[in-house]
Design a protein around this ligand. Sequence first.
Ligand code: SF4
Ligand code: SF4
Length: 465
Amino acid sequence: MNSSPQSDGLDRRQFLNKLGGGALAFSAFLAACKGKQAAQAPSHKPAGDVPTDRMTYRINPKTGDKVSLLGYGAMRLPRLSKEHSPSGKGNEIDQEETNRLIDYAIAHGVNYFDTSPRYCEGLSEAALGIALSRHPRDKFFVSTKLSNQTEPSQEASLAIYRRSMELLKVDTFDYYMIHAVGDFATYKKRYLDNGMLDFMLKEREAGRIRNLGWSFHGKKEFFDYMMFESGVKWDFVLIQLNYFDWDITQDKGRSNVDARYQYEVLEKLKVPALIMEPLLGGRLASPNHVAQALMKQTNPDASFASWAFRFAGSFPDVLTVLSGMSYMEHLQDNLRTYSPLVPLSDKEQQMLVGVAKTMLEFKNINCTNCQYCMPCPYGVNIPGLFMHYNKCLNEGNFPSQAQDQNYRQARQAFLLGMDRSVPKLRQANHCIGCGKCVPACPQGIAIPRELRKIDQFVEQLKRNR
Ligand code: SF4
Ligand code: SF4
């Protein structure tokens, strides 16, 4: 994919200009969909066979690793229900199902597996280690991170590093990362002052880290520092890239730098890009109903998620696209998308710009459900509340004006749905605004402010009987 604004058709303003008179048609389309609620087409066609030998691979220019374009992210491994849980509390990893998913992924050509000591409340590495250790070591690349956010001392960081090796049952990390840095002060505290960067560089020299990189959410200045001034030759960078974050960040009023800028720097410096959040925490798999109609109009058989995966995979310097897959159905859909990848046409890219535009109109909260802000000391289920709010907005069933025809129905659905998805004790009115969660959010969401807005909205709905 050529990423220049002239050729890729992904510049929003250019897209609207290109539409010309078509922009009016697009607005009319948007209005029509809003007015009569576009039919909710099924998310995708029923599953056919999943090919075992057609996966698209990319080559790591440094090591020659032949990496599957679909990477398995172990951040949302399947969980046991309460009745099957040995402790009776539920929420433990379902190891049997995890093994089944990993086996299936490997049998269908996936060879990149990513985890972190923080994923699944600290349970991911052990579960992935068990699943992968049942396969020959040369069948997979394993990647994890120095997630020392809460314990940055050298002693604690070294313990994290060694424990990852132990849990993953490996003696080398194929890909190892500085985890989620976005500003210099954090980087200094977690990796420079404690000597951990020096340690990791020595581990790379010794061959125990085959590729050293970092995962990034943050501002341009820090991205530039890491790429141009840090004095380290990075083997890769894990960036957030999807069609919503590509180049319209400014319009969203967010501080994180656009994916386009990051990708273009990496492309220029010939540093492989690894991709996270291709689905924006699942939001692109169930976008608003107007976006759904646009996608179905272009190809009624394609799943919503497949558009996002094709977008991310179409960039040639992308080594792998990570997806946190909890269900076989999702794994199969993603396998089909990349077996093999069919790069997006210009027309399809333009359609996705239109989809991104509808997302701006719907004013979702930019939560990716990463859970980094959790647990809240006051028990608030932050992502659960944001997810419910976004879901109601996207379904076009949002109680905004008391005089709207469907207000009563939408009001009831919002309030009942909220109680069903988030217990009362964990709702927005329990946020005391302490701000503890704010620095943890890689998307830069003003969490207490958004929660206050949701709380006020709920109160208003309750009053408007
Ligand atoms: S600001 Fe609210 S949601 Fe965030 S940690 Fe404090 S109480 Fe919890
Ligand atoms: S609010 Fe931020 S940190 Fe919390 S789940 Fe959403 S994106 Fe992640």
